[in-house]
Design a protein around this ligand. Structure first.
Ligand SMILES: [Zn+2]
Ligand SMILES: [Zn+2]
Length: 131
């Protein structure tokens, strides 16, 4: 069981399952929504995700047609993105996990749109978009 929460702790969730492969996304939208160089995201199964607290605080923004980014309306923490076209998965922002998971991201994606000041200094594969 994995658990996580937003910055203000108003939203708490559990995941009764494992994370999919974690990827480090450098796209301009992840950059803006996180206020940082990149986001580290991993797919989870919707039916394994359980919101324990804070349903009323969950906001959504459609950042691209068909892509909804979910966040806490109180503190702004990004939680996951979802696509109605892929109803079985969420892409969790794994920085919101409280469980100390052992994750090794498998790739840097959207390196073609990374900020010029963003350096990826490791040896995992890099892709200009989503492979
Ligand atoms: Zn919050
Ligand atoms: Zn992204």
């Amino acid at each position: 069981m994995l658990s996580g929460s937003c910055l203000c702790n108003g939203i708490q969730y559990e995941i009764d399952g494992d994370l999919g492969q974690a990827m480090i996304c450098h796209c301009g939208k992840c950059r803006k929504s996180n206020g940082s160089a990149f986001a580290v995201n991993a797919a989870i199964k919707v039916d394994e995700f359980r919101l324990l607290k804070g349903q009323a605080l969950v906001g959504e923004f459609e950042s691209t047609p068909g892509v909804f980014r979910t966040f806490c309306k109180n503190c702004g923490s990004p939680l996951y993105s979802r696509r109605p076209s892929m109803p079985d998965i969420y892409r969790l922002r794994i920085g919101t996990l409280d469980t100390d998971v052992q994750v090794k991201p498998v790739a840097h994606i959207f390196m073609g749109s990374k900020a010029s000041w963003d350096g990826a200094h490791d040896d995992i594969p890099q892709y200009d978009e989503r492979p």
